[in-house]
Ligand binder design. Structure first.
Ligand code: 7TS
Length: 416
């Protein structure tokens, strides 16, 4: 491959046995649904197996050898995640079930404690439902005002409106770093600076950024960040909430139960320090330990190389796809303004039919509203087809996508 960055895709592909799958009697799998979830390399699966085989135990409670080992392995991953995002203190890393739970934690533990009726919370029209619905539930429960920064036709946010909308009544801006539906990279540094001028907090939904771009929480200056392990080679059911120490420390617990308490009496209980305060019950220990192997894998490749590879693929895909008859490609025109996500439609062909025909040809994409219905409403479509890339994808995968689209346009008689 003629590229200036260091990424040995052939070697990487050998670590992902799922890529050897055939689907629909003989079509080689081309996996382009990475925004939904990535594949997992053998190193992650081996690490999960190693935990259950050799160290299986609950954490933070036993004095026996296995429990001490499991606790140490689990806590080492907290430090590893902290380093990966450059957190100042690994206690700022809270393990959750995923981005959805991380956002719900902030909404309930920070929002219910610190927000009052008529306080303003600002999100955007580009959010995934998990950064809309919890805030709507809080609005309906305590009477906050929820405002949306609108999306422009080109898939970018209307930053002029953002500038006037974020004002002294704003208490938190909760915003995605990269749109899962369109791939738009949001200028979060600018949003953070607007919020900080007004003394508002910022939560960044990094579900689509941390897996693909270098993110440094200290230089970014947000207050909370949420992301999921399963979109970055790790297991499902593991996510992270990072928050500034003093803010997390000031918040009430989210869930009550074992491991999050200091003392329990019949009439009252007291809470453990962070991070335990927010990690009630037995967590996904094997999953967190597997997540550690995923971070090692990404670190070995280098996040800058991953980003360069995705820009190259996205640029190639945009150039190839534009020639498909009847295609509309949604979102920003330039690869550098996008994550590795391309959402599109074909004239007079339902997105689900496109998804089905692509699947018949081995190409896995997502067709639907991508849990971002306000984006679909803004585009005036019920659904789109979305192809999304990761480290193991190649230009040949994009050729397979484009071939599958020609089969579709031939079948439906779409003309340019
Ligand atoms: N925020 C964004 C920007 C997302 O893309 C997703 C998942 C979430 C939050 C929720 O993450 P979870 O791990 O808690 O489910 N996005 C998608 C998607 O685009 N297709 O399937 C899941």
């Amino acid at each position: 491959m003629n590229t200036s960055y260091q990424l040995d895709v052939d070697k990487i592909r050998r670590d992902f046995p799922t890529l050897k799958r055939e689907v629909n009697s003989g079509a080689s799998l081309v996996y382009l649904d990475n925004a939904a979830t990535s594949l997992r390399p053998i190193q992650v699966m081996a690490q999960i197996t190693r935990f259950y085989r050799d160290h299986n135990s609950n954490i933070h409670r036993g004095v026996h050898t296995l429990s001490v080992e499991a606790t140490e392995m689990f806590e080492n991953i907290r430090s590893k995640v902290g380093k990966f995002i450059n957190a100042e203190d690994s206690r700022e890393v809270i393990f959750t079930r995923g981005t959805t739970e991380s956002i719900n934690l902030v909404v309930n533990s920070w929002g219910r404690k610190f927000l009052k009726p008529n306080d303003e919370v600002i999100i955007s029209e580009l959010e995934h439902h998990s950064n809309i619905v919890p805030w709507q539930m809080l609005r309906d429960s305590i009477g906050i005002k929820l405002k949306y920064i609108p999306m422009l036709d080109n898939g970018h946010l209307d930053m002029d409106v953002a500038e006037s909308m974020i004002n002294s009544k704003t208490k938190i801006v909760s915003i995605t770093a990269v749109s899962n539906a369109l791939g738009t990279i949001i200028p979060i540094e600018k949003v953070i600076s607007l919020a900080k001028k007004q003394g508002a907090l910022v939560l960044v939904d990094c579900a689509q950024s941390v897996p693909h771009l270098k993110v440094d929480v200290q230089s970014l200056g947000a207050d909370f960040m949420a992301f999921s392990a399963h979109k970055m080679l790790g297991p499902t059911g593991v996510g992270v909430l990072w928050g500034k120490f003093d803010i997390l420390d000031s918040m009430d617990p989210f869930l009550g139960g074992g491991d999050m308490i200091l003392t329990v009496n019949m009439d009252h209980s007291t809470w453990a320090e962070i991070p335990s305060k927010f990690e009630a019950g037995t967590p996904n220990i094997g999953g967190v330990i597997g997540f550690g192997a995923a971070i090692d894998y990404l670190n070995d490749i280098g996040m800058e190389n991953i980003r360069a590879h995705e820009v190259d693929l996205t640029d190639y895909a945009l150039q190839k796809m534009i020639d498909v008859p009847g295609i509309t490609i949604f979102g920003p025109n330039l690869a550098k303004e996008r994550g590795g996500v391309i959402s599109f439609a074909l004239e007079n062909v339902h997105p689900h039919d496109i998804g089905q025909i692509l699947d018949d040809n081995g190409v896995a994409v997502r067709a639907g509203h991508h849990c971002a219905q306000p984006v679909m409403n803004a585009l005036g479509v019920p659904a789109t087809v979305r192809a999304s890339f990761y480290i193991y994808n190649t230009r040949e995968d994009i050729d397979a996508l484009v071939n599958g689209l020609s089969v579709t346009t031939d079948l439906f008689g779409v003309k340019s």
